[in-house]
Design a protein around this ligand. Structure first.
Ligand code: APR
Ligand code: PHB
Length: 394
């Protein structure tokens, strides 16, 4: 083994969580090394979420990576819910005293973070295989990884696990000390990206007897649509014509008439899962983002929950290095989890409200309908949806 590299904070995973934390810490003079299993092309090839809470937008600005987001992202002051043949708007801005969300793709945001890391000379090591945290319960933890036949070592003060749901960090916490909470939903989302103008200026979440559908967008010329599908379905069963037909069948008549269809440029199926691991800290290892929690995408909270973890960690690590104050680090797991669970609740509620469950009966269908009717008859209920959608305070 070659002599170890030294850094202050070792980060596993170069998704949005790892890159954003690395960038924020760098601006405070704190050194990081990011180890990523995949190539940069692979990371940037993933099509993922697209709705950012105000808190996340502010964090991107603080990280000095907001230029393109501010120029190309779209501020959305409302979202719509379609049911019973009509569309109903939630006035996010009016119901939250002026808060909005930003529509900007995770892929673009990740690209911006990579460019910022390059510009400042940040160390992001790709194709790092067999990344392993060591001695996490001691005050001298370290990471090893393999490149070809060579084993390399990174010594650090802290290890941050930003390596997503399938990563190695969470598995490094002793199994008898980790409590995991999980719900797997009996359906998936089939997503299509197409170079077509979006059917609506704002997102439409649609619920229908045939199942859930979502009309989202990336820009004025790029649309992202989803339909709920069986868990064991395959994209091979979904030629474009069938997808458009099914989407139209789940939307109100005037909306499906207005829908511009075209060739898909990406098509994939994602399962829906709720998952939380507790605690989010073990010794000198801290988990953030998908490594610690997953939400079903119905409330657009996946990326945003990752951002709130990064917010808490950034401030906690900064207080440690600038002032020797460890209160933030000691409070991290509890503080992050309190917000994570609220995002879990909201995502679970939105998922239950809008999807068709294969084993549900007439009673459940009436409950869903009543929940929706109540929502649109009560300002308090709409305000509750709105305050969660724009994001609870950090
Ligand atoms: N070693 C190194 N890197 C790893 C390992 C490992 N063993 N396992 C996974 N990774 C990398 C993945 O290749 C990926 O690039 O960690 C990164 C994790 O990134 P994400 O899965 O994007 O997770 P995160 O950064 O927390 O982003 C939050 O919010 O919208 C949701 O799921 C969506 O990706 C999004 C997430
Ligand atoms: C998306 O645009 O991909 C998207 C938007 C809102 C969601 C989920 C996904 O709730």
């Amino acid at each position: 083994m070659t002599s170890p590299q030294r850094t202050q904070v070792g980060i596993i995973g170069a998704g949005p969580s790892g890159l954003l934390l690395s960038q924020l810490l760098h601006l405070k003079g704190i050194e990081t090394v990011v180890l990523e299993k995949r190539s940069r092309e692979y990371v940037l090839g993933r099509i993922r979420a697209g709705v950012l809470e105000q808190g996340f937008v502010d964090l991107m600005r603080e990280a000095q990576v907001s230029e393109r987001m501010d120029a190309q992202g779209e501020l959305h002051a409302g979202v719509e819910i379609a049911f019973g043949g009509g569309r109903h708007r939630i006035d996010l801005e009016g119901l939250t005293g002026g808060k909005t969300v930003m529509v900007y793709g995770q892929t673009e945001l990740t690209k911006d973070l990579y460019e910022a890391r390059d510009r400042l000379g940040g160390t992001v090591i790709h194709n790092a295989e067999d990344v392993t945290p060591h001695d996490i319960a001691s005050d001298a933890p370290y990471l090893t990884y393999r490149r070809g036949d060579e084993i390399l070592r990174v010594d650090c003060n802290f290890i941050i696990g930003c390596d997503g749901f399938h990563g190695v960090s969470r598995k490094s916490i002793p199994a008898d000390r980790l409590k995991q909470f999980e719900r797997i939903y009996p359906f998936g989302w089939l997503g299509v990206l197409s170079r077509t103008p979006p059917v609506s200026d704002e997102l439409i979440y649609a619920t229908h007897e045939r199942g859930f559908a979502l009309c989202s967008l990336r820009s004025r010329v790029l649309s992202r649509y989803y339909v709920q599908c069986p868990l064991d379905d395959s994209v091979d069963n979904w030629p474009d014509e069938r997808f458009w037909e099914e989407l139209k069948a789940r939307l109100p008549g005037d909306t499906s008439e207005a829908l511009v269809t075209g060739q898909s440029i990406e098509k994939s199926i994602a399962p829906l899962r709720s998952f939380v691991a507790e605690p989010m800290r073990w010794g000198q290892l801290f988990l953030a983002g998908d490594a610690a929690h997953i939400v079903p995408p119905t409330g657009a909270k996946g990326l945003n929950s990752a951002a709130s973890d990064i917010y808490y960690l950034y401030h906690a690590l900064n207080a440690h290095y600038q002032k020797g104050d460890d209160d933030g680090l000691n409070a991290y797991s509890g503080r992050a989890l309190a917000r994570v669970w609220k995002a879990q609740r909201f995502s679970w509620w939105m998922t239950n409200l809008l999807h068709r469950f294969p084993d549900s009966g007439d009673f459940d269908a009436r409950m869903q309908r009543t929940d929706l009717e109540y929502l649109f008859s009560s300002k308090a209920a709409k305000a509750s949806l709105a305050e969660n959608y724009v994001g609870l305070p950090y």
